[in-house]
Design a protein around this ligand. Structure first.
Ligand SMILES: CC(C)(COP(=O)(O)OP(=O)(O)OC[C@H]1O[C@@H](n2cnc3c(N)ncnc32)[C@H](O)[C@@H]1OP(=O)(O)O)[C@@H](O)C(=O)NCCC(=O)NCCS
Length: 198
């Protein structure tokens, strides 16, 4: 168990507080705007297409979870019938959102990745996508829907999940190599998180 107080983070690493949340029965839908968006499941997605979307949505928030996997490990996840990758496209066909539901655990669903590309944030698309995520997850007969978010994510994300019906139940600290310094993400990403080099 970690002692109270401040803990040094090695240079070249990021640190974040992770909050785990769960929903134990299907939350009611919240009002969403009528938006010219489409949501489409992509079965067995091409890894390069997937990584491109993952970076588009996640790089501004230093998402590294899928970027650190070896190719075989990533392909195994993407080809698993229990991992449902959905893409949100706008009226021009531009791909602006990623919704990834992971049903690999019996009777549960993890909202593994949920986010919008920077230009699509804050215009109602998040709520539109969450209403659909809740329906899709609970439509598979689960008894638990869970997610985690961290302090490197969009600052509105935690509150957004709480309003969506997820209840926080645990908190962790995560220290990880800064994905910009390991070459996984462009150096100019996430300027709100200053680089601290070795
Ligand atoms: C988290 C995230 C998906 C939230 O999406 P968002 O686009 O910021 O949120 P929205 O604008 O859809 O919703 C915010 C609220 O404003 C309302 N709203 C915003 N624009 C609206 C509009 N034009 N018309 C009607 N309502 C609108 C929504 O209905 C919603 O209300 P509610 O939460 O009270 O139900 C988004 O910030 C994001 O992708 N962030 C980057 C990635 C990330 O951090 N992901 C989460 C971490 S895992």
């Amino acid at each position: 168990m970690l002692e109270d107080g401040l803990h040094a983070v090695p240079a070249g690493h990021t640190a974040s507080v992770v909050t785990h949340l769960e929903m134990l029965e299907e939350a009611p839908q919240r009002p969403d705007a009528e938006l010219a968006l489409t949501l489409r499941r992509v079965e067995r997605p091409d890894p390069d297409w997937y990584l491109n979307l993952f970076r588009k949505v996640g790089a501004p928030w230093l998402w590294f979870g899928r970027l650190v996997l070896g190719r075989e490990e990533l392909v195994a996840i993407l080809q698993d019938d229990k991992v449902h990758v959905h893409v949100v496209a706008d009226a021009t066909g531009a791909e602006v959102g990623l919704l990834e539901l992971d049903f690999r655990q019996e009777a549960a669903c993890e909202l593994a990745y949920f986010g919008l590309a920077p230009g699509a944030v804050g215009g109602g698309a998040g709520r539109w996508m969450m209403n659909r995520a809740i329906r899709l997850a609970w439509g598979q007969g689960i008894s638990r829907f869970h997610v985690h978010t961290c302090t490197l994510d969009h600052p509105a994300a935690l509150d957004f999940y709480c309003r969506s019906g997820f209840v926080p139940y645990a908190r962790e600290i995560e220290i990880a190599p800064d994905p910009r310094l390991s070459g996984l993400i462009d150096m100019d990403a996430a300027p709100h998180v200053p680089l601290i080099r070795d």
